[in-house]
Design a protein around this ligand. Structure first.
Ligand code: NDP
Ligand code: MG
Length: 403
């Protein structure tokens, strides 16, 4: 049995909580050395009491001070509490940990995840945004350090499980075409508005958008699932993780979310990974890899499951997915710009500032504006990300004035 010393970035989130549930079930395998949160101090306090990490990083000085006070009040004196990006990078790269769960949402996860990669950790990658925003730079860092990248996103974890063993060991370096693989079939449920008339999409509320039919997730990724931007980000993520051309990835709508993705081979075989939609399955798979452990997930009951359906994607309903697929071929600037604009637009939608369909307008304008920029270093990524955010906020203000 392998034992792992964990750093959990984003422990108070949906993925973070599921990760801690796996730790709770297997205390003999996993020790939590460090955890991070942004704002949820009370949740972090409860996690500290239960998992007794040595280090905690919060989003800012105020929340760090608040947590420190609460820890003392609860008789806990031996946790080192700090805050900010450098502290996140420090816990992610510490010699005391061998495995880092990268589960911060958005591009705030980029630098800490890269820090774990550069120090050769086993990196359990939930934060797809870091790979989308920095693509080749991220993969080059993985190759240079020998870090092990294990996908947490259920689709990529499924694809990983459907690959031959020798390919599984080299995400980012696979030569799929040379090994009999013709296509990656990326499945997606289509979210809560798959059957809603397109003409009514402008009026959907944030509450309706975050109510995903099959998965229980954080708010940002839930909105991304409703627009299918999530599938677009996953398309770009798959290109980098599995070293494939965009033409080798096909999105397939599968409303039941039972098949989590598939790999099609040249001889006609299609290998699928299935299971009930519960993130603890891919999380447990990656945490214990190459061993298998109980994740507390009910096995599929084939005699009481809904019939499997498959559909092609309607890009009129999901224009954000088309934008992301196109960005994947246009290059890094388009992908980085799309991700940054989308973070701004989704936040504005969640704050009732813009309509659901305006997310696409902001995203499209931002990609057009920045598509031809050069992005070759991590500094280029960071400065482009910042510039896109300023531009997207300007476009937002104009939209809000005109509506
Ligand atoms: P949540 O919103 O539930 O959690 C996000 C975590 O990140 C929280 O711990 C939050 O802290 C922390 N955080 C937020 N903003 C910052 C910031 N600026 N700096 C540092 N930490 C921050 O998100 P999810 O768990 O749903 O998603 C996490 C990642 O995993 C995303 O990249 C998502 O795309 C990916 N993913 C999620 C899946 C899911 O099922 N949820 C499936 C596949 C991928 P706090 O709570 O204290 O504010
Ligand atoms: Mg996914």
């Amino acid at each position: 049995m392998q034992q792992h010393q964990l750093c959990i970035l984003g422990s108070t989130g949906s993925i973070g909580e599921s990760t801690l549930d796996i730790v709770r079930r297997h205390p003999e395998r996993f020790t939590v050395i460090s955890m991070s949160a942004n704002s949820r101090v009370e949740n972090m306090l409860a996690q500290c009491i239960e998992f007794k990490p040595q280090y905690v990083v919060m989003g800012c000085q105020e929340t760090a001070t608040k947590l420190s006070t609460l820890l003392v009040e609860n008789g806990i004196a031996n946790i080192d509490v700090s805050y900010g990006e450098q502290a996140l990078c420090d816990i992610a790269s510490s010699d005391q940990v061998d495995t880092v769960m990268a589960a911060i949402v958005g591009s705030s996860g980029l630098m800490p995840t890269l820090s774990a990669v550069k120090t050769g950790k086993r990196v359990l990658l939930a934060n797809k945004e870091s790979l989308v925003t920095s693509g080749q730079i991220f993969i080059d860092a993985v190759k240079a350090s020998g870090a092990k990248l294990l996908p947490i996103d259920s689709e990529h974890n499924a694809i990983f499980q459907c690959l031959p063993e020798f390919e599984q060991h080299r995400p980012g370096e696979c030569q799929l075409a040379d090994n009999g693989i013709s296509k990656i079939l990326l499945t997606g449920s289509g979210g809560p508005f798959r059957t809603k008339p397109v003409s009514e999409l402008a009026d959907v509320t944030p509450e309706q958008a975050v109510a995903h039919p099959n998965w229980d997730m954080g708010k940002k990724i839930s909105v991304d699932s409703a627009t299918m931007m999530n599938k677009g980000l996953e398309f770009i993520e798959a290109k980098w993780l599995f070293n494939v051309e965009p033409s080798q990835i096909q999105v397939v709508l599968h409303p039941q979310s039972t098949i989590h993705s598939m790999v099609q081979y040249k001889d006609g075989s299609v290998i699928a990974q299935m299971g009930n939609p519960d993130m603890r399955t891919p999380i447990a798979h990656a945490m214990a890899y190459p061993e298998r452990i109980d994740a507390g997930v009910e096995p599929l009951d084939f005699f009481n499951t809904k019939p499997f359906e498959f559909e092609a994607v309607d890009f009129e309903r999901y224009p954000n997915l088309k934008l992301a697929i196109d960005a994947c071929s246009q290059g890094q600037a388009a992908c980085t710009a799309l991700n940054a604009a989308n973070e701004i637009a989704v936040e504005a939608f969640l704050n009732y500032q813009i309509k659901f369909t305006d997310i696409f307008r902001i995203n499209e304008l931002s990609v057009q504006q920045f598509v031809s920029q050069q992005v070759t270093t991590i500094d280029d990524v960071i400065s482009l990300d910042a510039n896109v955010r300023v531009y997207a906020k300007d476009q937002l203000a104009k939209l809000m004035e005109s509506e």
